[in-house]
Every structure is written in structure tokens, then in C-alpha cells.
Design a protein around this ligand. Structure first.
Ligand code: NAG
Ligand code: NAG
Ligand code: NAG
Ligand code: NAG
Ligand code: NAG
Ligand code: NAG
Ligand code: NAG
Ligand code: NAG
Ligand code: NAG
Ligand code: NAG
Length: 426
């Protein structure tokens, strides 16, 4: 029998976020679901609700933050016996918000968000034409994290329910279910929105019912961290070396919006696993980021007559939490990163590899060698054109400075000769 400790559900005003001189005060709700002495779900979150309802001759919108009078709902449970773990918070006159969790052993997600509101509450729903409880739920919340990690999302994320202008906007979320210990794990799964910058490309007219406040724009991700990747042969020798920072540029439709967005996301080397394979004239590097279900591969081809290699194919599958459907795309007729057998290809400058109309890849500080690796070191580097162009600038500046010095010197010498001559005539 599960017990719910209400003394643990307390509401603390946490975040005082200063944005360009304005002070936004967000309230964070802290709730824990316990089974005996064991904590199985803990959440610190802020949420605001927007509910469109009918009045006698129009519709009206009720907007409210999840109030600090909310308490842990009695339906909360750690699950078991065929029931999913469930976190419910109750507030006001019979309203509640419930989150249902599921896990596949490697990841857990919120696969049921249920909002129950009481139209008879005339303080919240003045002039409502209906009455009694309304229940709406959705399975698509975008909340997904690795097991034994805390899901963290500072950015606003909007979850729509029922499609009739009812939504819940979460922000400043820290949450964990299936907890191995009684407190939040220090390992975190950072949501996609916090790691990327989104540019809306095809905005449709926003639904007029949306009273959702937008938070500060997500900060751009900056340059990606550089990762080191190797592929080894079946006999244990290294056959491919790569060192690079990678940034994905994807266009897709998120489940929470009815429009296409462009998402720039940095791959995080410390979260990636890499494998691959090498053959006589082809070599493939596979990169897998489990957190975001991102699977990226690079295939290199070697022309054995000319001893030149190039990057011939890139493929990507991604199932990010907010995607309405998994992304999958590849292009096998590419011709990038051209180098010579036994040497490495290097490009320190940012390079954009166009793959498909909805997918390109930006590389930073790249060095690869797909064939003819000896030991674990890169061969002599062949620089890309971009780097050579960048090298030209200091050379030109240097030459210009040298020229200037020469002119000044010549002018000085001429001037000195003239004045010398002047002394003699006087
Ligand atoms: C919970 O912990 C207390 C003290 O730590 C202990 O006395 C009690 O037996 C525990 N209860 C359960 C159900 O484990
Ligand atoms: C109906 O709509 C009119 C004009 O929009 C408004 O003046 C009136 O108060 C509304 N009646 C009710 C009962 O809400
Ligand atoms: C709904 O609100 C009304 C009015 O505040 C209240 O009397 C009723 O008990 C509420 N219903 C539930 C299920 O809490
Ligand atoms: C969410 O859970 C509630 C209660 O168990 C259920 O009635 C509802 O159908 C579920 N919704 C979805 C979308 O799975
Ligand atoms: C999660 O942590 C528990 C307890 O520390 C451990 O038994 C389990 O193997 C871990 N699971 C994963 C997928 O790391
Ligand atoms: C390892 O395998 C590669 C090709 O598969 C071969 O060229 C190389 O000689 C092998 N090295 C050893 C030590 O067997
Ligand atoms: C992402 O791709 C789009 C279209 O392909 C392009 O306009 C945009 O500049 C790219 N952004 C970055 C940061 O590469
Ligand atoms: C999404 O867009 C389609 C087509 O433009 C439209 O039919 C549908 O009603 C929209 N759905 C929502 C929830 O806005
Ligand atoms: C290798 O390069 C030569 C010269 O560019 C070309 O004629 C030949 O078709 C290429 N071979 C392969 C297998 O691509
Ligand atoms: C694949 O890449 C090539 C070379 O960049 C490009 O010409 C072609 O349009 C791409 N294919 C698709 C389907 O975009």
C-alpha cells in the first residue's frame, strides 16, 4: 500500500530570474511520491495553465499558474501491480494535474498528462455555460530522460491537451521517476530546448485562444564541444580517426506545435558512443547519442586507383522527445572532406555540410583520417580551402605592415638626406 507524505509537498518560491532588468518571479512546486520510506518520484516544477471554455454567447480563456496552495493528490502512486507510477497535484475546487510515467529500462518518460478542471468553480471560470469536471489528457508530452538521471528543462515547454485551446506550460522543471535513491540524481538529462536554439520557419497564425506567456528566448547553443572518435578493426588496430565538434541543423514538426521549426543542436561528445567499420575502400563512423536517440553516420570512400578519399554519405535518425515523428534522412551522393590516402583532412574553420533540404551539419575544428592510419596518430594534414583563406588574411596584413614600415623608412632616409644637404648649403 502506497503512502503519500503531504508534509513533503511544500511550495517554495525559488526562482528569481532577472531578465534585462525586469524581475520575473516564478513559483516552483516541490512534490514527492513515496512508498513507505522510499521516494519513487520527485519533482520541482513551475507550470501555468490556459483553458478555453464556453460562456453563454462566446468563449473565454482562464489562465493561471499552478498555485502554491496545490497539494499532492491522493491518486499519486509509485505504481506496481500493473499500474504506472503516477504523480498528481490537486488545487482549488477540485482541479488536478496528473503525470503518468513509463520506462523501458533505459529511459523513462511522461506518457500521460491529464488535466482535470471543475467548470463549476465560478472564480476561475466566470459565466461558464458548462459545469462539473472536465478531464483532458495527452500521451505526447516531450518529457523523456535516461533512467537514473534527473530530467531538467529550464525552457518553457507547452503541452496541448485536447486541441481546443487547453494547454499546460512547464518551466524550470527538475524531475525524476523510478528513483534509485531518495533524492534527485546529480546526473541530468537536459531537454532539447535547453541545448538548442529554435527558429520558427513556417509560422501559422497562432490560435487566438493561446494565452500562454512566452518565456525568454532560449540561449543559442554556442560552438559544440570537440569530440575524439576512433574505429578499430576486428584485429584491434585503429583504422579511422576523427576529431571534431558537431552541430545538427534540422527542420521538423514538433508534436506541440502545428508548424515546422528549425532546431540547431550541439552533439555532446561525453554522451556519445561510437562504433564503425573499415573495409578496403569504404569506412564508416557511427555516432550514437542515447539521451536524444540520435544516430549519425559518416561513410568514407577510397578510390584505390587515385588513392584519394572523400566523405560520400551521411545518414541520421533522431527521435527527439518533441518530434511528432522520428526524423530519418540520408544522402549517399556527397563529396566532402577530400583527402589523400595516409594523410588526414583538417578544417579548423566552421564548415557546413549540406545533406538534405531539411538537414545540414556544421563541423568545427575537424580533423579526420578514414584510411591508412598508422598507430593512433593522424598522418600529415591537408588543410581545407577555408583554413587556407583564413591563413591568407594574416599574411596579407603582415605584408601590408611590412610595406608600411618600408615606406616610413624610405621617407625617413630621404628626409634625413635632404636636411643633411640643407646644413651643407647654409
Ligand atoms: C521508515 O524509517 C523509520 C526511521 O528511519 C523506521 O522506523 C520505519 O520502520 C521505516 N518504515 C518503513 C516502512 O520502512
Ligand atoms: C453577449 O455578448 C454581448 C456582446 O458581445 C455582451 O454585451 C453581453 O454581455 C453578452 N451576454 C452574456 C450573457 O454574456
Ligand atoms: C466544483 O466546484 C464546485 C463549486 O466550487 C464545488 O461545489 C464542487 O464540490 C466542485 N467539485 C469537485 C469535484 O470538487
Ligand atoms: C491517462 O490516464 C488516465 C487515467 O488513467 C486515462 O483515463 C487516460 O485515458 C490516459 N490518457 C492517455 C492519453 O493515455
Ligand atoms: C540505476 O540505478 C540502480 C541502482 O543504483 C541500478 O541497480 C541500475 O542498474 C541502474 N540502471 C541503469 C540503467 O543504469
Ligand atoms: C589488421 O587488419 C587490417 C585489415 O583488416 C590489415 O591491413 C592489418 O595488417 C591487420 N593487422 C594485423 C596486426 O594483423
Ligand atoms: C540551418 O539551415 C537553414 C536552412 O538550411 C539555414 O538557413 C540556416 O542558416 C542554418 N543555420 C545554421 C546555424 O547553420
Ligand atoms: C493544424 O493545421 C491543420 C492544417 O493547417 C489544421 O487543419 C488543424 O486544425 C491544425 N491543428 C491545430 C491544433 O491547430
Ligand atoms: C577513381 O578516380 C578515377 C579518376 O578520377 C575515376 O576515373 C574512377 O572512376 C574512380 N574510381 C572509382 C571506383 O570511383
Ligand atoms: C544529396 O547531396 C548532393 C550533393 O550535395 C545534392 O546535390 C543532392 O541534391 C542531395 N540529395 C537530396 C535528396 O537532397
Amino acid at each position: 500500500m502506497a503512502q503519500y507524505s503531504n508534509k513533503h509537498s511544500q511550495f517554495v518560491k525559488i526562482a528569481f530570474v532577472a531578465v534585462l532588468g525586469c524581475v520575473a518571479v516564478a513559483q516552483a512546486l516541490i512534490v514527492e511520491v513515496k512508498d513507505g520510506n522510499r521516494t519513487c518520484i520527485k519533482a520541482e516544477l513551475s507550470a501555468s495553465l490556459s483553458i478555453v471554455y464556453s460562456t453563454s454567447n462566446a468563449t473565454s480563456t482562464a489562465s493561471l499558474p499552478l498555485p502554491d496552495s496545490a497539494t499532492l493528490g491522493s491518486s499519486s502512486s509509485c505504481g506496481g501491480a500493473g499500474r504506472a507510477p503516477w504523480l498528481a497535484v490537486a488545487f482549488g475546487s477540485g482541479h488536478s494535474l496528473g503525470l503518468g510515467f513509463s520506462s523501458d529500462g533505459n529511459q523513462y518518460s511522461v506518457d500521460n498528462l491529464t488535466l482535470e478542471y471543475n467548470l463549476s468553480d465560478s472564480a476561475l471560470f466566470p459565466d461558464a455555460s458548462g459545469s462539473g469536471l472536465v478531464t483532458l489528457s495527452t500521451a505526447s508530452t516531450g518529457i523523456l530522460a535516461g533512467i537514473n538521471t534527473t530530467y531538467r528543462c529550464v525552457s518553457d515547454s507547452v503541452v496541448r491537451l485536447g486541441g481546443d485551446g487547453v494547454s499546460v506550460t512547464f518551466s524550470n522543471v527538475k524531475m525524476e521517476a523510478y528513483m534509485p535513491v531518495d533524492d534527485l540524481s546529480l546526473n541530468e538529462t537536459i531537454c532539447t530546448a535547453d541545448r538548442s536554439v529554435t527558429t520558427q520557419v513556417l509560422p501559422t497564425t497562432p490560435p487566438k485562444t493561446s494565452a500562454v506567456t512566452t518565456g525568454p528566448a532560449p540561449t543559442p547553443p554556442g560552438n559544440p564541444e570537440r569530440g575524439n572518435y576512433t574505429v578499430t578493426n576486428s584485429n584491434g588496430t585503429i583504422c579511422l580517426l576523427a576529431r571534431m565538434g558537431l552541430q545538427l541543423n534540422l527542420t521538423y514538426t514538433p508534436s506541440s506545435l502545428n508548424t515546422t521549426i528549425q532546431q540547431i543542436m550541439n552533439l555532446q561528445p561525453n554522451q556519445m558512443r561510437n562504433t564503425g567499420s573499415c573495409g578496403q575502400s569504404s569506412a564508416t563512423l557511427w555516432l550514437l547519442e542515447e539521451d536524444t536517440n540520435t544516430n549519425l553516420s559518416f561513410s568514407f570512400a577510397l578510390n584505390t586507383t587515385t588513392n584519394k578519399y572523400h566523405l560520400s554519405a551521411i545518414s541520421l535518425t533522431a527521435a527527439w522527445p518533441d518530434m511528432s515523428e522520428p526524423f530519418s534522412g540520408s544522402n549517399g551522393s556527397l563529396d566532402y572532406l577530400r583527402g589523400t590516402l595516409g594523410r588526414s583532412y583538417m578544417c579548423s574553420a566552421e564548415q557546413t555540410l549540406f545533406v538534405l533540404s531539411n538537414f545540414s551539419l556544421n563541423t568545427f575544428q575537424l580533423q579526420v583520417q578514414p584510411f591508412g592510419v598508422s598507430g593512433d596518430q593522424f598522418g600529415a594534414a591537408e588543410e581545407c580551402q577555408l583554413d587556407e583563406d583564413n591563413m591568407l588574411i594574416p599574411i596579407i596584413v603582415g605584408a601590408a605592415l611590412a610595406g608600411l614600415v618600408l615606406i616610413v623608412l624610405v621617407a625617413y632616409l630621404i628626409g634625413r638626406k635632404r636636411s643633411h644637404a640643407g646644413y651643407q648649403t647654409i
